[in-house]
Design a protein around this ligand. Sequence first.
Ligand code: ARG
Length: 460
Amino acid sequence: EPTRLWGGRFAGGPAEALARLSLSVHFDWRLAPYDIAGSRAHARVLARAGLLDADELGRMLAALDDLAAACAAGEFTPTVEDEDVHTALERGLLERLGTLGGKLRAGRSRNDQVATDLRLYLRDHVRGLAGRLVDLVEALTEQARNNVDTPAPGMTHLQHAQPISFGHQLLAHVQSFGRDLDRLADWDTRAAYSPLGAGALAGSSLPLDPAAVATELGFDAPCANSIDAVSDRDFAAEFLFDAALIGVHLSRLGEEIVLWTSQEFGWVELDDAFATGSSIMPQKKNPDVGELARGKAGRLLGNLTGLLATLKSLPLAYDRDLQEDKEPVFDAIDTLEVLLPALTGLVTTMTVRADVLAAAAPQGYTLATEVADWLVRRGVPFRDAHEISGALVALCLSRGCALDEVSDADLAAVSDRLTPQVREVLSVPGALAARTTPGSTGPGPVTDQLAALDAKVTGW
Ligand code: ARG
């Protein structure tokens, strides 16, 4: 006879088709340790309310410990007869305690239980995720530290724009992951409320102590409204947004690494351990990790939009639709748990080809803005300076030469303001060194940026 948590008013058992639709234990079983933690706290509160005597509480807690150990060891597992994790665990308790096991459900509903379990699961796993994100931040920061003085072509529209420090480019990614880490920490302040005590939706007539339960489970406080407690999934949606944005950031880094490793760029060489081959083309070395970062961002976005669609127009308090909250959340956690270490390994082991980057940095007339700025420093309005520098670029394009390869006479022919002294700004290291304002790509500000990140990373 299956341990159904309901049935008194029903003439028979559920239809097979309903049971199969209703089943969630195959994915919510991972909530078991959190459900048991909630049960321990609830048992103590029932005892303090006089609803379990000291002996019963002792036996209840021992059975919960034994059940937790059996679950962890894989000795107690759910069956398809168990509708969900809560049903399975009540069966485990009844197997250990007989009728005493049936006392734990007093004052509690699966509605407040499942909301609590998912919050506990997420708060726990988000901490782990933040740690993996810090690993990636550290890998990027280390590569950046080694490339503060590596010039590279900075891009806009994926076209050569102005010379930059390659370290600065890497740190731009670190800045977005830093905001992600701040967001995850901030998310936790709103997730740290305990639904237990809300019951099905209305609270309980039994003298429970939601505040004590909240404290025991590491929450800041119980939820303020029992209806909100069982119907709110903001914490899940907000986490999925954070996960989707992390995915978007990973996809942008992944895409850049894919570009950088192409024949056409050749800026970065991947370690063999983080590249893949082709089943037909023996010479191939493919950047699959970067590509999977791009691809998995799509499913992270899907998880967010899927949950938001589930929540839209849902009446309060609990509806069974809410059972659909868990798979997108679990998938987001699972996806990031495999993606982040792979990208961290990719970044840690990749070789930056500083010589190729330095040679590419001035190409595409990336110093043309320096010429215009040099003219501005000599009193030429920027509008005119832009025209003059553009005319010099046009001349060089027609000759197929670089900016510093034209003669003094050619410079003068473009504009009488272009004296030979302009050559002093036609160097990539010079252009970088001239950038000293905070946040810019010169070696000074990039070093300052690294120091500020080193100070921040200890807080993450
Ligand atoms: N498995 C359910 C869920 O994930 C648990 C809550 C079920 N509550 C109910 N009244 N049927 O949401």
